[in-house]
Design a protein around this ligand. Sequence first.
Ligand code: NAD
Length: 299
Amino acid sequence: SKTPVGFIGLGNMGSPMAKNLLKHGYPVIATDVFPESCKELQDLGAQILDCPAEVADKADRIITMLPSSPNVIEVYNGPNGILKKVKKGTLLIDSSTIDPSVSKEMAVAAEKMGAVFMDAPVSGGVGAANLAKLTFMVGGVEEEFTAAKELLGSMGANVVYCGPVGTGQAAKICNNMLLAIGMIGTAETMNLGIRLGLDPKLLAKILNMSSGRCWSSDTYNPVPGVMEGVPSANNYQGGFGTTLMAKDLGLAQDSATNTKTPVLLGSLAHQIYRMMCARGYAGKDFSSVFQFLREEEGQ
Ligand code: NAD
């Protein structure tokens, strides 16, 4: 039988990911700061503990899926953090999207304790997390990749080795900058078409058989009524929060500054998502930029 896997952070993404580990026969030992997020997993047979240190005491493979850099620092380095109790040889995989420099710091701290840290942020959204179809972008020591791949393979369709620690984050940050630009572009395009008298469903169908097609138009359309089973069909609840997208665009801006790279549209996308956070969209899915654009136009 399989040895237990620790899982820390049972939010929109972490919950379905941990469920897929259970489905593949891995016993799961989990924790989250909000006890209510643990309920569902506990009902499915996961063992729930009080803090990351306790998880580290019991598991020699741990996955973390947390909102942002400060949460990751807390969960690894905090007073009840993983590194307080981590066992030698433990494989630590962080699937949160965070600053690559924080991933590097965590790897150094883990190494001091005799453990291995890898960054493995994901792409695909909640739908892909449920279906175990995520893409994992993995950074870390190459010799550890096989062990990481075995575990991540039960939660994803693609597990890609990117290079040394931090390079998984680099790939993820680039993807999300393009995703944000694509989503805003799709939202404003759909809105223009609607203003020109086109039925939104028909317009989406045409875009999706034409050169304007992208993930935001064919898999995650931001216009209510165009697709089922996406956040726009459910008042933009669940999915990928606007705050998280603003965070990722901030990471892209920092990286662009550090590498002196011009990212003009990425910068504009960052400003748009920051403004949305300040205007009541913080808790909604990032496709609510469609709603935001409609408001800006006084509708
Ligand atoms: P979320 O906010 O829904 O979940 C995060 C969970 O972490 C919450 O349940 C929270 O209670 C828990 N948490 C926070 N601090 C903690 C701590 N100190 N100890 C234990 N638990 C703690 O976020 P999410 O949507 O699941 O996203 C997680 C990460 O994955 C983010 O970095 C995000 O950018 C990235 N991501 C999200 C999506 C998506 O579609 N939602 C897609 C790809 C990547």
